[in-house]
Ligand binder design. Structure first.
Ligand code: SF4
Ligand code: FE
Length: 482
């Protein structure tokens, strides 16, 4: 097996010839589309890093499943060291791209499905684990990108799946056939879906007896018949379609989210990994969520590194880098960012083996990690905005910079520290704008809030995992309370 390079990955995705509804048009040739190409380049980064002599040791790992070297983005974690390496790898990608590089969802889904199917088979005698092993060994050997699809639309949030007016508001098995199942429904907020070869569909919440129809996990190729994509908008996204790239802010990379509709999609049995075993739906959801909450202790920290770097640079370009209050603000950003990283590393280093043999993060600390992520990037964005100054939101366009009448005024009046090039200063400001208020803020802020579940979901898990009964018992023991 060969580890793909970024270019090989891009060619393999192009060959799928996926289509998406974007800005009112059903669009093909996505690899040529200005809204899509930055997100594809961000995924390609994860492939190139497996070949770069400086990073390949972190990105390449021997897989016991396919007995070959694979990209860590498709690895099943074999110990706490693997979990730690995963977070370090994600930080590196976040620092290098300053955006969501999209490839973690499938890795997190695979690790959750691997252990859940093992336990499900042990209890119910189902054949899911060996099926999944065959499937994932193939994914590893082909070096594929797999999207994990969990979030259902959910309709009326106060109602269970079967109480909804429309049963498709939770993705379900709509038909059972001798050779497989047919699924119907949709998944929202699908990160990197159009840059993926495969989709791992999972249930969105703990299903109860009577809700077997909605307890389904399966794999579907992204080009399967009946799958339809509707592109998600991001703030200032059409700047990516303009000729002047400077106004985009992040000139090379970007994220991608889509709404994915599954209209009577047939899935053969060998790609079905849960089908009605409601007692394992919640375990699968919790484990996936825990892995993805760990992920944020790497990726968002990396993006935070880029924001800190840009903030320090603009302070220098503005001539204020030595001001005490500026230095304090940058130190505050570093403290917040490293606190996120500390949690990401801690939940990894204290991870434990599952009965199936792969390793699961410390669920309590992974949820603490993600709850911090719902707050700290917002505070870091506030500090970055403070240091950058108001020009972050009012700067003239790149087209006006090039205009013979307005250009000279812009160069004259946007001058900063004496040795600083005006255009360089504008580039840094545009990158910061992208990250705190533009298309990049989807990945850095909104995703920090809602990706891998909103803060309320982390609070529930923290409450469950914290062993309050044990803590009370120990206090009672100390005080001789019966
Ligand atoms: Fe990976 Fe972070 Fe993007 Fe999730 S949000 S796919 S963890 S980069
Ligand atoms: Fe995410």
């Amino acid at each position: 097996m060969a580890l793909k390079t970024g270019d090989e990955y891009l060619r393999s995705i192009k060959a799928l010839d996926l289509k998406a509804h974007m800005l009112g048009k059903n669009t093909s040739d996505l690899d040529q589309h200005g809204l899509v190409t930055p997100s594809r380049r961000a995924v390609a980064y994860t492939f190139d890093a497996a070949h770069d002599p400086e990073t390949r040791d972190l990105f390449c790992v021997e897989s016991p499943l396919c007995k070959d070297v694979v990209n860590r983005f498709s690895h099943l974690h074999q110990g706490p060291e693997d979990l730690v390496s995963k977070v370090r790898m994600q930080r590196l990608c976040g620092t290098g791209t300053a955006c969501c590089f999209q490839r973690c969802v499938g890795m997190d889904a695979a690790n959750a499905i691997y252990s859940t199917t093992y336990e499900c088979d042990g209890k119910h005698g189902t054949p899911y684990h060996s099926r999944f092993k065959d499937y994932w060994a193939w994914v590893q050997q082909q070096d594929l990108v797999v999207d994990g699809a969990m979030t259902d639309p959910k309709g009326d949030r106060g109602k269970r799946p079967k109480e909804q007016v429309d049963p498709d508001l939770f993705l379900r098995v709509s038909e059972r056939r001798p050779e497989g199942v047919v699924i119907s429904g949709a998944k929202l907020h699908q990160t990197g879906m159009l840059n993926s070869h495969e989709i791992l569909v999972m249930p969105t919440l703990t299903m109860r007896p009577g809700e077997e129809t909605w307890a389904v996990c399966c794999a579907v190729p992204t080009d399967a018949k009946g799958v339809r994509y509707i592109y998600g908008r991001q703030a200032s996204d059409t700047r990516k379609l303009e000729t002047h790239t400077m106004d985009v802010g992040n000139p090379r990379f970007g994220g991608q989210e889509v709404m994915t509709v599954f209209e009577d999609v047939f899935v053969p049995h060998e790609r079905v990994f849960l089908n009605g075993e409601v007692d394992f739906s919640g375990i699968m959801v919790e484990r996936f969520a825990a892995y993805h909450r760990q992920s944020y202790g790497g990726c968002k920290v990396g993006v935070g590194d880029a924001l800190i770097g840009a903030t320090a640079l603009i302070a220098r370009m503005n001539g204020v880098e030595k001001a005490t209050h500026i230095k304090e603000k940058i130190v505050e950003m570093i403290h917040l960012n490293e606190t996120l990283y500390a949690c990401g590393i801690a939940c990894s280093a204290t991870g434990e083996a599952t009965p199936s043999g792969n390793y699961l993060v410390n669920m309590l600390l992974a949820n603490v990690c993600k709850l911090n992520v719902t707050r700290f990037p917002y505070e870091m964005a506030r500090l970055a905005t403070d240091v950058a100054g108001g020009l972050l939101g009012t700067m003239p366009s790149a087209a006006d910079l090039e205009d013979p009448v307005t250009g000279p005024y812009i160069r004259k009046y946007l001058a900063g520290a004496p040795d600083v090039d005006v255009v360089d200063r504008m580039k840094v400001l545009r990158l910061m704008e992208n990250m705190v208020a533009g298309a990049g803020a989807v990945g850095y802020l909104i995703e920090s809030m809602h990706g891998a579940g909103p803060p309320a979901a982390q609070r529930i898990m923290i409450g469950r995992q914290a062993d309050l009964e044990g803590k009370m018992a120990r206090v009672k023991q100390m005080l001789d309370i019966a």
